[in-house]
Design a protein around this ligand. Structure first.
Ligand code: ZN
Ligand code: ZN
Length: 384
């Protein structure tokens, strides 16, 4: 092959390469000249979602008191229905079981009410203002203030919260260092409480809703037509006034007419049982799932926010061939004892099974890590 022939053969290939190079070069030129940090995809999605964040932040705060009021009303309604329908049902069945149910039910109720009140009324804890925080590990971009470890900024409360877990609209409060235990125990006792109602109300609900003949509660079909009575010669006389009953000295029931109060009471009970079935089953699923999720977080020694951070850190380090260690994970048993504050001879039966106002360990600013822990004497009672 002559030199000219070879050149002609190679020409199209060279041309394509040249065009490709020019294209990529111009693309890089345009990109470098127009590069802007705000053009990233995550930034763009943040900008688009900004109105939704704004709405949630502002309205969660405004709607907070209504959510709290709704929780109180629903809990009160459930308890009232238990006393109104469940108590007579069980009393008729077995007075001894009723005493037992009253003790257990009220023990659960006291714990639910106490933990809800404390979770809503206790401050989650905030970093001190206008003070030197030696523990600070970063700066909050929104507060322009130092941030101790485990502290995060709550956009609903618009301030930094110590060991923040999440903002809870049902409590109208942030869940953090100061009230995390109350929040968890509230969920736990409420889940156990609704399970208690479902287990001991199941037979009653089944008879009324499914079988339809429980305790004579099937709805009486209201009689249609006009009330009548017979006169002495056997003629039918229409009754125009309900007062007509009073004149003949007989009680309304003896006329075999439906008694309005009785009927409406049965219908109300029927509706109340449907309400109980719906609310208790929904609460069991929702709070049951939430309680087990938070239990797994506590077992691993992390908050909801830290769970996300730890997950992405584990991913990032494993890509580099390294393993990640959560600095606040002291093993399941110690994590639980620390979370529940079971130190300094505190006991399960007194500080968990009964309402207790003991404060969480430490000050929420300084946090011991697994590295410090190695140096701590195991016999130290301040440490679980
Ligand atoms: Zn902040
Ligand atoms: Zn908050």
């Amino acid at each position: 092959m002559s030199r000219i022939q070879w050149r002609l053969k190679e020409f199209p290939k060279k041309l394509v390469n040249c065009i490709r190079f020019r294209y990529h070069y111009s693309l890089q030129c345009i990109r470098s000249l127009t590069y802007n940090h705000h053009m990233s995809q995550s930034y763009a999605s943040d900008v688009c979602l900004e109105p939704i964040f704004w709405f949630v932040d502002n309205f969660t705060h405004l709607l907070g008191p209504f959510f709290v009021f709704a929780v109180v009303c629903l809990t009160a309604a459930v308890v009232i229905i238990c006393y109104w329908i469940g108590l007579p049902y069980w009393w008729k069945k077995s007075p001894n079981t009723t005493y037992f149910l009253l003790v257990v039910g009220n023990w659960l109720l006291v714990n639910v009410a106490w933990n809800f009140y404390k979770a809503a009324a206790t401050s989650p804890g905030y970093p001190p203002e206008k003070e030197l925080i030696i523990e600070a590990v970063s700066i909050c971009k929104k507060c322009i203030a130092p941030k101790p470890p485990r502290t995060h900024h709550c956009s609903v409360c618009n301030r930094c919260v110590l060991k923040m877990d999440h903002h809870c609209p049902w409590l109208n409060n942030c869940v953090g260092y100061g009230n995390h235990r109350y929040f968890f125990l509230y969920m736990l006792y409420t889940t156990v409480g609704v399970l208690f109602i479902i287990v001991f109300g199941f037979e009653l609900g089944y008879n009324v809703l499914i079988v339809g003949d429980g305790e004579g509660w099937n709805e009486v079909e209201p009689l249609h037509g006009h009330p009548v009575r017979f006169n002495l010669s056997g003629h039918i006389i229409p009754v125009t006034e309900m007062n007509d009953y009073v004149d003949d000295g007989l009680a309304p029931a003896e006329h075999d007419l439906p008694v309005p109060q009785e009927y409406s009471s049965n219908a109300a009970k029927h509706r109340a049982i449907i309400f109980m079935a719906l609310i208790n089953v929904a609460t069991l699923f929702a709070l049951g799932a939430l309680t087990s999720w938070h239990s797994s977080l506590i077992t691993r020694g992390e908050t909801s926010i830290e769970a996300h951070i730890n997950k992405s850190e584990t991913k990032r380090l494993s890509a580099l061939g390294k393993s990640y260690q959560n600095p606040y994970d002291f093993g399941p048993r110690r994590n639980w004892r620390l979370f529940l504050g079971l130190v300094r001879k505190r006991t399960w039966w007194r500080h968990i099974l009964l309402p207790s106002g003991h404060k969480p360990e430490g000050n929420g600013l300084t946090w011991l890590t697994v590295n410090d822990f190695i140096a701590i004497d195991d016999r130290d009672d301040e440490w679980p």
